[in-house]
Design a protein around this ligand. Structure first.
Ligand code: HEM
Length: 413
């Protein structure tokens, strides 16, 4: 690792997966911000790519979606692309016809259809069930014994939320995180492609059955029904439909889950900050933004250059991959002082980049915030105190900043 901090900067490959497992990626990003905020890696298992490390450059690139494309046909939104994985054999094995990987105007049209499910009033409607589920979960956790916060709290709560959002059959909801893991897990992609394929086919088939059931029923206030009864999404091709479901399952699952796991990490590192939240509940909303900034569940989004041009003195060529490192922008010293610390009263915490920026800014942001705010406030009401009880295990994943397990013990509350 030390070589990354002293070696010729041109040789650095910031997306090297193992750095995400041991957390050393932050030191590498800090070096990029200091010495090469626009950096080129000429060779890597992900091919050649530009890294964008500063807050302001990320915002600038996000603001120009036609110059920096998200289109799947050009390579999509992640470094984990066809160059890395190889070309898929079938449509089913690559269910990525989703609007997060489209550019305007196609993106605008598709996003508009799903947006009504995420308006403030729709999200508020879910508030009571989120609070009820969260309170129930916290009350049923063991006291004084070691358990995995990721499994018992983060996965459980996000799965329930997704099932409520889709009105997904309650008794089958345990399948949602299995499908989500099949989509995002690098291990599954590289070492268990058949198992992964089977999970994706199962997901596609089940959502398609639900689609047909809901199409025959009157419109109802859940996401699937809204999509089916809309003119723009109602006539989707199967691959696109499955792609959109995959987007919502991953969007609503891995990200919120990892923030909740990150919360256990932050609260056990800085118990004094937790004491401040418990003493002053007006900090809870801001603490929510701060944990989303600090944990940063999506480490990067990738774009593809659509026309040759100069960017800060660098020659960007059509087809080049550009990686916007949110995990770096969120700790950019010019924007967030002491960005490596979790500070619930940080004044500008809301300006984090974890939800992206511009036309693709996360559609589920309010829902995610509501879930996390509810979790923090229910913990604060109980004056719950967590103690770390083992190593927090992270995945070697340069796209989703994934916490695999977080062993803790509740010592109060
Ligand atoms: C803390 C939790 C979450 C984080 C950090 C997060 C992060 C992101 C990011 C980084 C993007 C891409 C932004 C860009 O390219 O500029 C995105 C897009 C998206 N997210 Fe989230 N997300 C979260 C929760 C959710 C939830 C709960 C849902 C829905 C159930 C969701 C649904 C979506 C959708 C549909 C998009 C695509 C938007 C578009 O392309 O127009 N997300 N999210």
């Amino acid at each position: 690792m030390s070589d990354d901090l002293t070696c010729d900067i041109a040789t650095i490959h910031p997306a090297r997966p193992d750095r995400f497992a041991d957390g050393s990626v932050h030191a590498v990003m800090a070096r990029l911000r200091r010495e090469a905020p626009v950096h080129y890696t000429s060779e890597s298992p992900f091919g050649a790519y530009w890294s964008i490390a500063s807050y302001k450059d990320i915002v600038e690139i996000e603001a120009l979606p036609n110059r920096y494309s998200s289109e799947m046909a050009r390579g999509g939104i992640s470094l984990i692309d066809e160059d890395f994985l190889g070309k898929p054999d079938t449509v089913d094995s690559n269910p990525q016809e989703m609007f997060i990987a489209m550019d305007p105007p196609r993106h605008t049209e598709k996003r508009r259809v799903v947006t009504p499910a995420f308006t403030p009033s729709e999200i508020a409607r879910l508030g009571d069930s989120i609070r009820e589920r969260t309170a129930h979960r916290l009350d049923s956790l063991p006291r004084g014994e070691v358990f995995d916060w990721t499994r018992e709290v983060a996965i459980d709560l996000t799965t329930d939320m997704l099932a409520i959002l889709f009105d997904f059959p309650w008794e089958e909801r345990h399948k949602l995180p299995i499908w989500s893991d099949a989509i995002t897990s690098l291990d599954m992609m590289q070492n268990h492609p058949e198992e992964r394929q089977a999970a994706l086919v199962e997901m596609g088939t089940r959502f398609f059955q639900l689609w047909q059931e809901r199409a025959d029923a009157p419109p109802a206030p859940n996401l699937l029904s809204m999509m089916i009864h809309s003119s723009a999404l109602g006539k989707m091709e199967p691959a696109e439909f499955v792609g959109n479901m995959a987007l919502l399952v991953v969007g609503g699952n891995d990200t919120t889950r990892n923030t909740m796991s990150g919360l256990a990490d932050a609260l056990t590192r800085w118990p004094e900050q937790w004491d401040r939240i418990v003493a002053d509940e007006s900090l809870i909303l801001n603490a929510t933004s701060e944990i989303i900034r600090w944990q940063c569940p999506v480490a990067h989004m990738r774009r593809t250059v659509t026309e040759d041009h100069d960017f800060r003195g660098h020659a960007f060529k059509e087809g080049d991959k550009v990686v916007m490192w949110y995990i770096s922008g969120n700790r950019d010293e010019t924007m967030f002082e002491n960005g490596e610390l979790f500070l619930p009263d940080r004044e500008n915490a809301r300006r984090h980049l974890s939800f992206g920026y511009g036309v693709h800014r996360c559609l589920g942001a309010r829902l995610a915030e509501l879930q996390i705010t509810t979790l923090i406030s229910e913990m604060a009401r109980r004056k719950m105190r967590l103690e770390v009880a083992g190593e927090i295990v992270r995945d070697a994943h340069p796209f989703i900043n994934m916490i695999k397990s977080a062993p803790v013990r509740i010592v109060a509350g």
